[in-house]
Design a protein around this ligand. Structure first.
Ligand SMILES: *[C@@H]1O[C@H](CO)[C@@H](O)[C@H](O)[C@H]1NC(C)=O
Ligand SMILES: *[C@@H]1O[C@H](CO)[C@@H](O)[C@H](O)[C@H]1NC(C)=O
Length: 194
């Protein structure tokens, strides 16, 4: 029986078939990854959300929300404070007043990364604490030239309701308090997520 089949099919056919079985078998048994459908992890319809809130940052005053954690020997001599690294834990509110409804916090780092203008590298998460977004986060990584009227920073990801997030944040300075080295910044965030 086998002998007559061998006559019909060239041996290269058996070899190809053998390779095929090995490759498929390896993918099924030895792999650490597999294809799944989006619905398997609850992803149904991609949506676009617009979030609007105010960010309160203060380096001075009685209760600073941001602290300088590192600087270069030349930072003080630089007109853009090049090299200063600041850690923030800034409240986010629904309205421009600090005592308006808290919707989350901006936690992370801004660092002076330009020698020619005041331009920060922003590396932070918006952690939301309000309503259905409570516990969900958005990750921001971008450039913030604070003297510009509107600065745009990419949203590079998210968690919770913002899984697979991508989008952008636009920041606009609402008010400054030089005595307390504080700023209120209005944010409009546009984000695709599921
Ligand atoms: C920069 O100036 C501040 C305030 O005058 C001072 O506290 C700090 O030590 C200085 N930093 C350096 C690296 O010289
Ligand atoms: C947000 O979630 C935390 C932890 O689950 C909970 O303790 C808190 O009360 C929630 N806040 C709001 C405003 O829903």
């Amino acid at each position: 029986m086998a002998g007559s089949l061998e006559k019909l099919l060239p041996s290269s056919f058996y070899f190809s078939f053998f390779l095929f079985v090995c490759v498929v078998g390896a993918a099924k048994t030895n792999g650490f990854s597999r294809d799944i459908t989006p619905t398997k992890i609850g992803l149904r319809r991609e949506r676009l959300s617009h979030l609007h809130f105010y960010f309160h940052d203060s380096l001075g005053g009685p209760n600073p929300s941001a602290v300088i954690v590192a600087e270069a020997p030349a930072t003080n001599a630089s007109k853009t404070l090049f090299g200063a690294v600041v850690m923030m834990d800034d409240p986010l509110t629904a309205g421009p007043e600090l005592n308006s409804k808290t919707v989350g916090r901006a936690q992370g780092i801004f660092a002076s990364a330009s020698q020619s203008e005041v331009g920060y590298l922003m590396v932070l998460t918006f952690g939301f604490s309000h309503g259905k977004y409570n516990g969900s986060t958005l990750s921001v990584l971008g450039r913030n030239t604070i003297m510009s009227e509107v600065r745009e920073m990419p949203i590079v990801g998210g968690s919770g309701l913002f899984r697979f997030a991508r989008g952008y944040a636009q920041a606009h300075t609402h008010s400054l308090n030089f005595k307390e080295r504080a700023a209120v910044v209005e944010y409009n965030v546009y984000v695709f997520h599921y």
